[in-house]
Design a protein around this ligand. Structure first.
Ligand SMILES: [Ca+2]
Length: 196
């Protein structure tokens, strides 16, 4: 785990996202993000991340210094926190992807083939967290302990998702019924700028 231990809460149908960064609650509900989830079966409204010292108008707490900033300044390309936490790549990656709970629901559903084939048997929660914050394949591999073979297979999976060809994934053990969810998750990662 990097210095930043980031927990990303659930994205509800109302596009409410909560990030608990070191126990700090960040409410993204005012962001103009409308990110409907395909994984709404998971309705775990676990948003209890007590400790956000910031007022509602400027709810984003900088990591150090006690400064609070408005949500519109998060990931806008300019440091507004003195420590740059509002532009932290992990925060920005998480803000542009399905929530960590969505990733966890997905990984748990597919763990029988996905975890051994692509993630070297890592813990699903660790995988979900890494999927929400990792910037690229090497970052993901470092966080989850993927082997080179895992990396190669995941690259193949990304290519298959882009091409709309589910056969390489079926060869990895993916059930046919899982194809659309797998393609959705991989596409979301690519859309957010994840570098394969
Ligand atoms: Ca900023």
């Amino acid at each position: 785990m990097p210095y930043l231990r980031l927990e990303v809460g659930l994205v509800t149908l109302a596009a409410v996202m909560v990030i608990c960064a070191q126990g700090l609650k960040i409410d993204f509900s005012r962001l103009a993000l409308n990110r409907p989830s395909l994984f709404t079966q998971k309705r775990n409204f676990d948003m209890e991340c007590a400790g956000n010292p910031c007022p509602s108008g400027t709810p984003f707490p900088c990591k150090t210094g006690g400064k609070c900033i408005a949500l519109k300044f998060i990931c806008d390309g300019t440091w507004d926190c003195d420590d740059g936490f509002d532009e932290d790549p992990n925060v920005c990656n998480a803000a542009s992807r399905p929530s960590v709970d969505d990733f966890l629901f997905f990984v748990e559903n597919e763990k029988h083939w996905l975890v051994p084939k692509l993630f070297n048997g890592a813990d699903p929660e660790l995988i979900a967290h890494a999927l929400s914050v990792a910037s690229d394949m090497q970052d993901l591999a470092d966080q989850t302990g993927m082997t080179q073979e895992n990396i190669n297979l995941l690259r193949t999976a990304f290519e298959a998702a882009l091409e709309g060809d589910e056969r390489p994934l079926q060869d990895m053990g993916m059930p046919t019924r899982s194809w659309h969810e797998v393609q959705y998750v991989l596409s979301k990662l690519l859309d957010s700028g994840f570098k394969v």
